[in-house]
Design a protein around this ligand. Structure first.
Ligand code: C2E
Ligand code: MG
Ligand code: MG
Length: 390
């Protein structure tokens, strides 16, 4: 992949501020361009191809949010900094909007902008020569280096009786020389570089083959696949996954898609369309890491989810923070009232599982039941766990 230069584009209606930002950027080694009009900005996005954009949210006669949307629609890979004299909440919301448009939001600059803050932020934007870059990830996808591990999800079939009936598929990347690379690093990399769809397809394909292999041994399991927010903007996605499932004869009822809350809660338009069509095709839909995103409870009842996954951060704390216990209990109740299945993540001990049993949580996942592991090891682990449930 050819190395891209560091190019900064700034738009602000105040020419002196433009100059200030532009000069600071040049001093750090950026090639920079400053504009004051939206039309100039749009042209520059196309012709100049900035790697960093500094955007003033409030300009007379122009709307910064609209320009964010423009960047999003063009699939801009630029890192975006928003600037405004308005309060932090407005800046924070603008960042959420940018993220939901698939943009890489780097942060906010509160006006008046201090040179030190500006330089600190711009330094973070300078391309570091990371060995884990899009080209390496793309090669990994080409050579099937991405593997899938499976973590058991137990279902409470009766009081104190938890049977593993499903798994969550988790992508694993072991690079021959760089070693094990965490999904926390390569998933965002895939998302930012247009590789997430391919990655998801590979994970789905591998998982479906694995489900069939387990079937052949008499072990019937459902499989949960993590879906990146971006794929919810892809209207063709539901048909594509339905085709993939049909090709291997997999029943949609045995496939659950896990979506992170922050993403699912935004832009109800396209997201709702995609999610609803998935449900109509009988796929399960789970809202992942519930309680950690920018949730709107209203969206929760509007969106067609079938499962609510309670985030690890609450589950982990149930014996140290009474409030965490209350949250878990309440989330289970909320799920049930909304006719959703509740699944707790991060179950690391018998005590936690017993607590979940007492509040009638439907599913549990965590190291206590089983760590993520390769398909053959999982088969043995599940048989052993289930045999011990009486
Ligand atoms: P997630 O979907 O919330 O997955 C659960 C994460 O919690 C996994 O981390 C799992 O290993 C970890 N975990 C499970 N049980 C326990 C426990 O008892 N204690 C603790 N401390 N951790 C536990 P992992 O595999 O590192 O994945 C991190 C995240 O990366 C996932 O969070 C998911 O959001 C994302 N991810 C993984 N595979 C894929 C994929 O194929 N596609 C997409 N879009 N995202 C993926
Ligand atoms: Mg998940
Ligand atoms: Mg989760």
């Amino acid at each position: 992949m050819p190395e891209q230069a560091n190019k900064l584009l700034v738009i602000d209606d105040q020419p002196d501020l433009c100059e200030f930002i532009s000069e600071a950027a040049t001093g750090l080694g950026f090639e920079s361009l400053a504009v004051t009009e939206p039309d100039e900005f749009r042209r520059a996005v196309q012709d100049f191809q900035p790697t960093v954009v500094v955007l003033d949210l409030q300009m007379p006669g122009a709307d910064g949010i609209e320009l964010l949307r423009y960047l999003g629609e063009r699939g801009s890979k630029a890192q975006v900094l928003v600037a405004s004299g308005m309060d932090q909440r407005v800046l924070a919301t603008a960042q959420q909007i940018g993220k939901a448009q698939g943009l890489t939001m780097l942060g906010a600059l509160q006006k008046p902008i201090l040179l030190a803050d500006l330089e600190l932020m711009l330094r973070q934007c300078l391309r570091a020569d990371s060995p884990i870059n899009p080209a390496v990830l793309e090669a990994a996808l080409d050579t099937n280096e991405i593997q899938v591990h499976y973590q058991p999800k137990a279902t409470r079939v009766a009081p104190n009786r938890w049977i593993v009936e499903g798994v969550e598929a988790l992508a694993r990347w072991h690079h021959p020389s760089l070693g094990f690379i965490s999904p926390a690093r390569f998933i965002p990399l895939a998302e930012k570089n247009g590789l997430i769809r391919r990655l998801t397809e590979q994970v789905l394909e591998i998982s479906l083959a694995q489900v069939r292999a387990w079937d052949a041994t008499g072990l019937e399991l459902s499989v949960a696949i993590n879906l990146s927010p971006q794929l919810l903007n892809d209207l063709a996605f539901p048909d594509q996954v339905a085709r993939m499932a049909a090709q291997v004869g997999a029943d949609a009822r045995r496939i659950i898609f896990e979506v992170t809350e922050s993403a699912a809660m935004f832009d109800p338009g396209t997201t709702m369309d995609v999610l609803t069509r998935m449900r109509v095709k009988n796929f399960g839909l789970s809202i992942d890491d519930f309680g950690t995103g920018y949730s709107s409870l209203k969206q929760l009842y509007l969106m067609p989810f079938s499962e609510l996954k309670i985030d690890t951060s609450f589950v982990r704390d149930i014996f140290t923070h009474e409030d965490a216990r209350t949250m878990v209990e309440t989330m289970v109740l909320l799920a049930h009232k909304l006719r959703l299945t509740a699944c707790a993540e991060g179950v690391e001990s018998r005590e936690v599982l017993d607590f979940l049993d007492s509040v009638e949580c439907d599913r549990a996942q965590g190291y206590f039941i089983g760590r993520p592991m390769p398909g053959d090891a999982l088969e043995r682990a599940v048989r052993e766990w289930n045999a011990n449930q009486g």
